[in-house]
Design a protein around this ligand. Structure first.
Ligand code: ZN
Length: 965
């Protein structure tokens, strides 16, 4: 067998792509005779060619679609292209500006010809080019897409659809204009979302409380997530090396880092810088804590990051590991203390008690994580853990006066509200993961945007609906469900429009363009409409909201839509019926990075717009793909374009290699060695199928035939169960590896008998294997299917069914006994180095079998206590004889406990199983494998047996005794 390197996989791929297309194999229309199944996957954003990593979600979704089709469903699996947004616009500007980095990427990584790149100064040309490139790749991968429904998000009809969506949301009061914080690119002057950032980072932000410590009229604003610790503040920290500014902020005099002054401007503060001052000049000053008017000193600390918060830090050494550590560092740094004239160092003030922290909590957390100084990264972990521990379990201590006895959560709100009312506190926003870098290269900030349009995901009633939808939905894998609940709770107002980019204008304010995570949430419904627009059965000229109201919500009437939109009554009715046929979405596939935005917005918007019976039924979340164990990145040069990989390895190999290494949510690891191994396996399957051509299928009567058929039923049942849970890695293992092992054993048994009539049985195996393989390796499966002599496509052949009656316990037990005996014999030969000429095998006497069955029944009832079992056995006259040999009973219990559960169950059910018959059947094989020795099979009870060393008496059921010479 060759490894498939020279085999022309691409020829097979082209042949079957053509055949599927000619036969309209994946075009789905309403069909009342079958149940429908609607699978969708997040449409691609065409600003680069697809690489192997992109292939995963689409391949898994396609395998899912193909599986459901094999199960007899009327599957709809469509695809669109998402042009909306600013990244393509940004790219075109860079091309116009002849950005070296981007042009090099186009030439060296994407291999684009110069004349193509020259057209890219026009953004739509970028989208169209990569759209086509991605589409070709999808076809080459064999995705079973109904291409009649393709669209882009800048199509005129799509824009009408999105306008309708937004007017509908606005009517429900879910869109409002106002001032809210957003992630912001200062260079593009636009809000940013995950699509707009390098590495697709979602620009989440935290709300900090800014506490105003004062020295005369100068405010030292400390930004904190823990205002409740204010009574434990012992000092302030400034970084002596950092440049601070004194600035007028909304009429007050503030001391902040230069970076913070800039951030405050984005947060709509009026900032005027008065003068610059080095941190070291302020160390040693005293400031007043607004909560209790105590005077505290300003100390130096290097951990203070000018880019985090205000660059001014309040120190709570009892509860903040960084603060505790910085005090320790200062204590042991005599020179610094002398330089700044610090004589007495403050001591921590504990103000929160919680279980597990009898001493100073920060000190305990530090020693737990083993941090050594304030630059130690372990402090971050210690901080997070202590924060969350005290938040949930902490109580304010007696020394906190009016806050004593409160939970940390209550105290946090109370202190914040008191201070804010008194003018001593403020808020500011800060990005959670810094730095967040825009695709244009600028570092993002948080901006309070005025008069911006927001989708109000903070609306309580809307959140309740979203929870209801998520709870009623299947989420694969289940472990990610709580992440959805978390995101639904956490989401707040979200900017839904931009000033630039491709997309649909906000219908009531055309200065704005609806952004990309807002026009991609209910488009699955649009696939129904796209088919009629593309086929020109419907003109988009006169389409108004009336059309969408009726088609998608059932509001109005066919006649009214027909009149108003100049469409025939029958077309309107057909579109409506088709929507009702295919909606809701049965399965939505997407990547894990889209849980905190797209997938959750998808839930929210469906609940706002559609009736409950049109809410989505399932979400499937995929992990990402590593390349040979490493993250794919431009700098590592390990980004393999999908189409190039297909040309080199063949589509099926790539499909399998992406899916075989991990289950849904885990990171898959693509490896070329695995790909090569898979390719060789596919070639083996093709060769096997060709051998079965013209053979009449039918299972033979030999033990191994019966066994193989029985095994097939089991593998079908197991694979089906894996697929129902979308455990595709497991399914592929059953199909390619378990079945292959079974085949090897069968061939070994048949070869030992010198059989030449195995093909009818093998044909059944290949037939079954190919059907199960077809969702994963559709080209190979079709080709092999045809090679076997089938006239119809495998895509319509149906998923195999496991037939209970064809499970043959005797055959399964027989082969199990034979395989164990063979392993034993080979082991004896290896250990004793005997080259046997004669091998005698002794099966146990019938009374031992009776005892075994009794013990087995007891064990399966859950009794494994030796004494208890012995008592029961001796009480029974049939097995009382065991009294003379208690060791035998113990050995049998051990035998049973070491047998696989499957074998135990089987043996309990098998009433008259003959080990001797099984072993006799395999005489030729046993002989072949033991130097052609003569194989003799006796019962222990056989008086004429050849037993020179009295081995027979040690025989036990399913553990025959062996003698060799
Ligand atoms: Zn930017």
């Amino acid at each position: 067998m060759s490894d498939g390197t020279r085999f022309d996989w691409n020829a097979i791929e082209q042949k079957w792509s053509r055949t599927w297309k000619e036969n309209h194999a994946f075009e789905s229309d309403p069909d009342e005779s079958r149940k429908k199944y609607f699978v969708t996957v997040a449409y691609p954003y065409p600003n680069s060619p697809q690489h192997i990593g992109h292939g995963r979600t689409y391949t898994v979704a396609d395998a899912h679609a193909r599986y459901m089709r094999m199960k007899g469903y009327n599957v709809l699996f469509p695809m669109g292209f998402h042009y909306t947004g600013t990244p393509i616009l940004g790219m075109s500007r860079k091309v116009a500006a002849e950005d070296r980095d981007l042009l090099d990427t186009f030439r060296d990584i994407y291999k684009l010809p110069d004349d193509v790149v020259a057209t890219f100064a026009e953004p739509v040309n970028i989208a169209r080019y990569f759209h086509n490139e991605i589409k070709q790749g999808m076809k080459e991968m064999g995705y079973s897409i109904d291409w009649r429904r393709e669209f882009t998000t800048i199509d005129r009809m799509y824009s009408k659809f999105i306008s309708w969506q937004f007017r509908t949301l606005q009517k429900k009061g879910l869109i409002a204009q106002g001032s809210h914080p957003v992630g912001w690119c200062p260079s593009d002057q636009n809000p940013v979302s995950q699509h707009d950032t390098m590495g697709d980072v979602e620009p989440d932000f935290n709300e900090y409380t800014v506490i105003k410590f004062r020295a005369d009229d100068l405010v030292y604003p400390a930004a904190t997530l823990r205002p409740e610790t204010l009574l434990g503040v012992t000092n302030m920290w400034l970084n002596p090396e950092v440049e601070y500014v004194q600035a007028e902020v909304d009429g007050e005099k503030w001391l902040v880092s230069t970076e913070a002054a800039r951030k405050l401007e984005f947060l709509n503060r009026k900032v005027r810088i008065v003068k610059t001052v080095k941190g070291s000049q302020i160390i040693g000053n005293k400031v007043i804590n607004p909560v209790n008017n105590t005077e505290i000193p300003v100390y130096p600390a290097s951990f203070v990051d000018p880019d985090s918060g205000t660059g001014v830090v309040m120190s709570v050494p009892a509860h903040a590991p960084y603060d505790f550590q910085a005090l320790e560092d200062l204590r042991s740094d005599k020179k610094t203390r002398e330089d700044f004239g610090i004589s007495n160092i403050v001591t921590p003030i504990k103000i929160i008690e919680s279980e597990g922290h009898p001493g100073i909590p920060a000190e305990e957390a530090i020693s737990k994580f083993g941090a050594t100084d304030q630059s130690d990264e372990k402090l971050e972990k210690a901080t997070n853990e202590l924060y969350s521990h005290e938040f949930y379990k902490g109580k304010m201590m007696q020394n906190t006066g009016r806050f004593a006895g409160m939970s940390v959560a209550d105290a946090k709100n109370e202190i914040k509200s008191v201070l804010t009312k008194g003018g001593h506190a403020d808020t500011m926003y800060e990005l959670v993961k810094r730095p967040v870098v825009c695709r244009c290269g600028a570092e993002c900030v948080v901006k309070i945007l005025s008069d911006q349009w927001f989708l109000n995901y903070g609306d309580k009633h809307w959140k309740d609906l979203a929870h209801e939808c998520a709870n009623s939905m299947d989420i694969v894998p289940q472990d990610i469900r709580q992440e959805f609940d978390y995101v639904i709770d956490w989401l707040r107002e979200r900017a839904c429009a931009r000033k630039s980019g491709l997309g649909t204008k906000l219908p009531w304010d055309p200065d704005w363009i609806i952004e990309s995570l807002s026009d991609s949430v209910i488009y699955m419904a649009y696939y129904v409409i796209a088919k009629y627009v593309n086929s020109k059965e419907m003109s988009d000229d006169n389409i108004t909201d009336t059309f969408f109201d009726y088609i998608l919500l059932g509001i109005g009437s066919t006649e009214r839509v027909s009149d108003e939109c100049k469409l025939s009554v029958s077309t309107v009715q057909q579109v409506r019926d088709e929507f009702l046929h295919f909606y809701p979405v049965d399965s939505r596939h997407s990547g894990r990075d889209l849980v905190p935005n797209h997938l959750t917005f998808f839930i929210f918007n469906h609940t706002a717009i559609f009736d409950k019976d049109h809410w989505p039924q399932q979400i499937v979340v995929n992990g990402s793909v590593l390349m040979e164990g490493k993250k794919m990145s431009k700098s590592l040069g390990n980004i393999i374009p999908l189409r190039a990989a297909i040309r080199e390895y063949g589509a099926d190999t790539i499909r399998l290699a992406i899916m075989v290494s991990a289950e849904i949510l885990q990171d898959a690891d693509f490896s070329f060695d695995t790909a090569k191994g898979l390719r060789a396996k596919l070639l083996g399957i093709l060769e096997m199928a060709a051998k079965c051509k013209g053979v009449k299928q039918g299972s033979g009567a030999e033990l191994e035939d019966r066994w193989l058929v029985s095994r097939l039923q089991r593998v079908v049942a197991e694979t089906t169960s894996s697929m129902e849970k979308l455990r595709m890695r497991e399914a592929i293992h059953h199909i390619l590896y378990s079945l292959d092992q079974d085949l090897q054993w069968y061939m070994k048994r048949a070869a030992a008998k010198k059989r030449d009539n195995v093909l009818p049985t093998l044909k059944e195996l290949v037939d079954t294997q190919l059907r199960m393989l077809s969702p994963f390796a559709p080209f190979t499966a079709e080709e092999a299917w045809e090679q076997m002599g089938n006239k119809q496509m495998i895509a319509s052949a149906g998923w195999p069914v496991s037939v209970e009656e064809r499970i043959d316990m005797v055959a399964e037990e027989s082969e199990f006994v034979i395989a164990s005996l063979l392993a034993d014999l080979q082991n004896i030969v290896k250990v004793t180095k005997i080259n046997p000429t004669k091998v005698a095998v002794y099966t146990s006497s019938s009374w031992k079998v009776r005892v075994y069955r009794e013990i087995l029944a007891k064990v399966m009832e859950g009794k494994t206590n030796f004494g208890e079992i012995m008592k029961l056995l001796i009480a029974n006259p049939e097995t009382a004889v065991l009294k003379n040999d208690p060791k035998l009973a113990q050995r049998m219990i051990d035998d049973i406990l070491s047998a696989p559960l499957e074998a135990r169950n089987r043996r309990l059910e098998l009433k008259d199983f003959s080990e001797a018959a099984a072993i006799t059947d395999a005489k030729t094989l046993l002989s072949d494998m033991t130097n052609n020795a003569e194989i003799l099979v006796y019962s222990e009870e056989d008086s004429a047996k050849y037993d020179p060393k009295s081995k027979a008496r040690s025989a036990r059921p399913f553990k025959p005794a062996v003698y060799m010479e």
